[in-house]
Write a protein that binds this ligand. Structure first.
Ligand code: XIL
Length: 383
């Protein structure tokens, strides 16, 4: 076994204890049993000290992250798996408006701060998610009938306050999330045209505006545009590309594109992903895979077939491969890490699940092994 699991480490620890006791207490030991134990030793030792995903990622010079639910950090297996296997975290919900902003005048940073503290205790980087999105906003905001002028002020203040609060702690922000529709048009939203911040009908101008605000609020943070279903080459990813190319040419402060990668099919088109990552990187942008999960059909008890889990692993493998093939791709992050806590169940009303690299008891799945092997293989020479 080339990777360590919590239970495997506990098992190995127990075996070593037995071996120590055997060696210490028995002066006239049982020879065959002793040699059997010795023969087991190298295997045990490599399990006990075998590299983790985090370690191989550090060798491959790539960040490997997971979205986190801070209330779960008090669960030992959750916290120890996270700290052992990943070197980056992102708040799944804790830095969204609906958590940070209970009302128009209050900020509630408690969950976000808890995540930052955890990351600092374990030498992990923190991605921030997300400052501007048409969804996951509190009712007082979404249904507040604010004027464009008021919305513009609210948003500008929010960006300033939140980014300054986390300056030096959050190294990269998803500034704008999911602003385009599947045809590549700017999506109707609170911030764009319902009623918007005063730039309604002016295409990507409102996106540009918030990137400028974000840069002023924390000039050192990396600023990302994050999007769903624009991973391969399609109308949406063409529109993302056109927008960020325009931003780069006009020196709008943007550092990267986040490709979410919530994948519901077991046959991802890796070459299209590779081509998309490469064209974004060629603009001098970083690409982060931000929300990777590969969901499979599950039965009424939440179980998936072994076949599907094996195919799922190959999807994970091909995506890591596509990322590592381009120098511009600097982070791979999964949306959660254990099937115990994943948004897929409620999102698919229970029809899909098991989308992550660890199962519900924190045992690594074939998907983990694929991630591990592919990252261990490192970046292709010359890339
Ligand atoms: C999801 C969270 O996982 C859920 O807990 C929450 O109820 C809804 O949002 N794209 C995004 C993420 O950018 O913020 C979403 O997260 C999943 C889709």
């Amino acid at each position: 076994m080339s990777f360590t699991t919590l239970s495997a480490s506990a098992e190995v620890g127990r075996n070593f204890a037995v071996l120590r006791t055997t060696l210490r207490t028995k002066t006239r030991f049982h020879r065959p049993a002793f040699f059997m134990l010795l023969a087991l030793l190298p295997g045990l030792a490599s399990s006990a000290h075998g590299p983790t995903l985090r370690q191989v990622a550090e060798q491959a010079r790539i960040l490997v992250g997971a979205a986190v639910r801070p209330p779960q950090l008090s669960e030992t297996a959750y916290a120890s798996t996270l700290a052992r296997e990943f070197n980056m975290v992102e708040a799944e919900d804790a830095m969204k408006w609906w958590v940070l902003r209970p009302n128009a005048t209050t900020y509630d940073f408690r969950q976000g701060d808890e995540l930052v503290r955890f990351s600092q205790g374990h030498g992990m980087k923190v991605r921030g998610h997300c400052l501007v999105w048409g969804r996951n906003n509190p009712d007082w905001l979404a249904k507040g009938h604010f004027s464009p002028k008021q919305l513009s002020q609210l948003l500008h203040q929010h960006i300033r306050r939140v980014m300054k609060h986390y300056a030096g702690q959050v190294f990269a922000w998803d500034v704008v999330n999911e602003a385009l529709d599947e045809n590549g048009n700017v999506r109707d939203s609170l911030w764009y045209n319902k009623p918007g911040i005063g730039l309604s009908g002016q295409g990507t101008h409102y996106i540009e505006q918030v990137f400028r605000w974000a840069h002023n609020a924390d000039p050192k943070a990396l600023l990302f545009y994050n999007e769903a279903e624009g991973e391969g080459v399609n109308r949406k990813s063409d529109a993302i590309y056109a927008m960020v190319k325009d931003f780069r040419q006009r020196r709008v402060p943007i550092d990267g594109v986040g490709l979410q990668m919530h994948i519901p099919a077991l046959d991802a088109d890796a070459s299209a992903i590779k081509a998309n990552v490469a064209r974004l990187a060629a603009l001098g942008l970083q690409v982060h895979i931000t929300e990777l999960d590969v969901s499979v059909p599950v039965d009424s008890r939440g179980n998936a077939s072994a076949d599907d889990l094996a195919r799922q692993a190959e999807v994970y493998r091909s995506i890591v491969h596509a990322c590592l093939n381009s120098r511009g791709c600097t982070a791979i992050q999964t949306w959660g890490f254990t099937d115990k806590y994943s948004w897929i169940g409620s999102h698919s009303r229970g029809s899909r699940g098991q989308a992550l690299p660890f199962d519900r008891t924190y045992e690594p799945k074939p998907a983990y092994r694929a991630l591990f092997e592919e990252i261990s293989a490192g970046r292709a020479a010359g890339d």
